[in-house]
Design a protein around this ligand. Structure first.
Ligand code: AMP
Length: 431
């Protein structure tokens, strides 16, 4: 199937072509037509599947068809993190470059003044994290009364981060008659229940079976190791052949700092990104990583959520996540858009119960790798058959990113995407 067959307008097709996409990904093939037709959607898609374009392209077309002389806020995309919000904003920017529409991105943790300026000039499409959106809406700075299309992105992540009460408050502030699109990498019962109340006769689109299967093109390796041996093993893995651009995951911010410092001491160029780093430091680190100046990015889950960098060759789980779905999100950082990748997980004795949850969730065993630092008592393979709904186990340390979105403070993060000067826009201003 080609993009031309999906019913998209020439101006959008041109932008898609300029983005370098030759054919729609499966989620785009399934979702674009129904969204153009005004249908509600429940989309089960992991990151890296092209889901942003799956909703952004038809939204741009629908909003463009109704646009008058002045921008009216008609589409709202709610997403859990600042990185994701910025990335979705950049997608609207790219795909809408030949249209006469405005969008902006708002999130907490940074000055609201530029965001208020954008809003006061009028936008057609708003991409927001819940905390800052509720704050500004509560103060009368955002008018949601004419929203026609609402996207709830990464719904399972919203749940994980404790944002669900905020999400429900946002939904309550929307006009009742609207098109709703819900995307989630996984469909835990809470999200299923939300979908039942939010969506009207939705079209289900799925590119991975429900319950989070992981991309087939990711090789998933597992190393049993004692905790004390992890730093040494990590270095060894990072120095092995073909390990070029790697994201290392740590459950905690302090852990991420420690790992990055140890790598730097060992002569590897690395930086940590997490919620305690300033937006500028995060952007700088990401940019250096993209440019290849940094080989290793050490990230917490929340900070890494929005990383969309092509050619991440390896993901290393320095810690196993205590929420099994997080494993799927993490390894989705590699093998983006059809490339292949390798995910390597370091599992110490205390993390073995997390491994069981992960393997039951994805329905397969990770490839056990023999190596020198392996402990003697490696456990037998997980019994995949006895899968029950994996619940989040309490982590021994603080749970990364579990902090709740404070209204307007912190929330999903801060800053704005778009042009560095002037308004971030999909195109030039209509008036
Ligand atoms: P997403 O799942 O929306 O985060 O997209 C993952 C990556 O795939 C992004 O880098 C997109 O630019 C890229 N992408 C989206 N659609 C296509 C397509 N049809 N062909 C090639 N790359 C795509």
């Amino acid at each position: 199937m080609t993009f031309d067959q999906l019913g998209l307008e020439p101006d959008i097709l041109r932008a898609v072509k300029e983005a370098g996409y030759s054919e729609p990904t499966p989620i785009q093939q399934q979702a674009i037509g129904p969204v153009l037709a005004g249908r509600d959607i429940v989309g089960c898609a992991q990151t890296g599947t092209g889901k942003t374009a799956a909703f952004a392209l038809p939204i741009l077309q629908r909003i463009d068809a109704r646009a008058g002389d002045d921008p009216v806020l008609r589409a709202l995309v709610l997403t859990p993190t600042r990185e994701l919000a910025a990335q979705i904003g950049a997608s609207f920017e790219a795909y809408g470059k030949h249209l006469d529409l405005w969008h902006t991105v708002i999130f907490g943790g940074v000055s609201e003044a530029p965001q208020l300026r954008e809003l006061s000039q009028g936008v057609d499409i708003l991409i927001a994290t819940p905390g800052r959106l509720l704050d500004l809406h509560g103060r009368g700075k955002i008018d949601l009364r004419r929203i026609e299309i609402f996207v709830l992105d990464e719904a399972d992540r919203m749940l994980d981060q404790g944002f669900m009460p905020d999400v429900k408050r946002v939904i309550a502030a929307l006009p009742p008659k609207r098109q709703n699109l819900l995307f989630s990498a996984t469909m835990p019962p809470e999200i299923r229940a939300l979908a039942d109340t939010l969506l009207h006769d939705p079209v289900s689109v799925a590119v991975a079976p429900q319950g989070a299967t992981t991309a087939d093109n990711i090789e998933q390796r597992l190393y049993f190791v004692e905790r004390a041996d992890k730093p040494r093993l990590l270095l060894e893995l990072l120095k092995s052949e073909g390990v070029t651009r790697t994201v290392v995951f740590s459950r905690t911010k302090h852990g991420a700092n420690r790992v990055a410092q140890a790598l730097e001491r060992a002569g590897l160029r690395a930086a940590a990104i997490h919620g305690n780093k300033s937006q500028n430091a995060r952007v700088r680190a990401l940019e250096a990583f993209k440019q290849g100046e940094l080989r290793v990015l050490v990230a917490t889950d929340l900070a890494a959520r929005g990383i969309d960098i092509d050619a991440v060759s390896h993901v290393i789980n320095y810690d196993l996540p205590n929420v099994p779905e997080t494993y799927v999100h993490r390894i989705g950082r590699t093998a983006r858009a059809g490339a292949s990748g390798v995910a390597m997980s370091l599992c110490d004795t205390e993390e073995r119960e997390y491994l069981v949850d992960i393997e039951r969730l994805i329905g397969r065993h990770l490839d056990r790798i023999d190596h020198a630092a392996a402990p003697r008592d490696t456990p037998p393979p997980t019994d995949l058959a006895s899968r029950t709904r994996p619940a989040a186990r309490p982590a021994s340390g603080p749970r990364p990113g579990a902090r709740r979105s404070g209204r307007g403070r912190g929330g999903g993060g801060g800053g704005r995407a778009g042009h560095s000067a002037g308004r971030p826009s999909s195109a030039s201003r209509r008036r």
